[in-house]
Design a protein around this ligand. Sequence first.
Ligand SMILES: [Zn+2]
Length: 235
Amino acid sequence: MTEILYQHGTLALLVPGLLTGTISMQSLLQHGDTGIGTGEGLDGELIILDGQPYQINGQGQIQTVAKTFTMPFADIHWAHYQPLGTLQNLTSTQLYQHLTHQIQAPNVFYSVKIQGQFQQLKTRSVNRSEPPYATLTQAAQAQHVFQAPQATGTLLSYYAPQLFHGAAVAGYHSHFLAADHSIGGHVLDFSLVSGQVEFQIFDTLQQHFPIDNSDYMQHDFAADELDHAIRKAES
Ligand SMILES: [Zn+2]
């Protein structure tokens, strides 16, 4: 069975601030029921679980997302996760190392979903900006950081191989949603107390480009320090 990761836009287009929303949530949801993304103008962080999209806005408030909401960048897939077992008492670094070792798929895309209890959770989200949009580095400086000593919820990660850095963030890119919606966002750090871990390997990356967006079509990415800016803002 073909397992497809559908990606709209590239991580690299966020770097120079090409933040126009170029796909609607309605269109995105035709390609999966599980995903992550950001809104037009970096309008919050998005997480899609069981077909339901949620936005964690720049103030940390969590709300469901309208079908007309647009995004410059998103990843989505149909969930067919395989169980990896229960993991306990790991820092984020230890967890990611463990996953890399267990899953043994460093050169392909995969997703990891963990439902459980977390500690020292640190997330971020960004307020929507208006054109002319901020660069990713500027936006990251204005990010809002949210922290919870304890949280129960879902961590959704996408792993991208090193050779796709730029199209995505090489390594793990994780978003979180608390079960009680008390905290969520792009994950900066955490430790796992205990969680049920599942993973799904993709054999196909379907990369969708915003060809109707002239700013993207005409932009010269050679002038952007992509590698540095993505690492600094996204990891
Ligand atoms: Zn993110």
